[in-house]
Design a protein around this ligand. Sequence first.
Ligand SMILES: [Fe+2]
Ligand SMILES: [Fe+2]
Length: 148
Amino acid sequence: MPGSLPQFEIDDGLTHSFQSRSIGIRAIDQQHAYFLDLYNELVLQINSSERGPIILSPFLAEVFSYTEYHFRTEESLMRTLKYPDLEAHRADHWSFYNKLDELTGRLEQQQADLAELTHLIRNWITQHIDTHDKRFGHYYASLKANRR
Ligand SMILES: [Fe+2]
Ligand SMILES: [Fe+2]
C-alpha cells in the first residue's frame, strides 16, 4: 500500500537528500518515497530492538513484493516509451533483487547481520536511483520536450 506508512523523521542524511532524488516522473517518485519509508521503518526497528527481537519476515515480504511491483512498473513504462537502455536497467534491477534474496537466505540462517540489510537497501536507493533511474528520467523529459 504505497504511502500508507507514516513518514518517519530520521536524521540520516538520506531523508534530507531525498528531494534531490526526484527523477521527474511522479508515479515513480512516489514509489521511491515508499522505499524510503520502508528503509526508515527498518532503521527504526533496529534502533528500538533492545525492546525485543525484530520481526523481519513481514518487512522482508513487503520489500520483496514492492520491489517486484516497482521494477515491473518502471520496465513497463520503459518498454512503452522504447527506452534504449532498458536491458541494462533491467539487469541492475534484478541483480539487486537477487542480492536481497541471497542476503535473506543468510539472515534466516543467522549468517548475516542487519547492517548488511540496511547497507544493501540504502545503497540501492542512493546508487540505482541516482544513476539508472535519473537517466530514464532525462529520457522521459526529452520525449516530453520533443512533443511540444
Ligand atoms: Fe526505481
Ligand atoms: Fe530502476
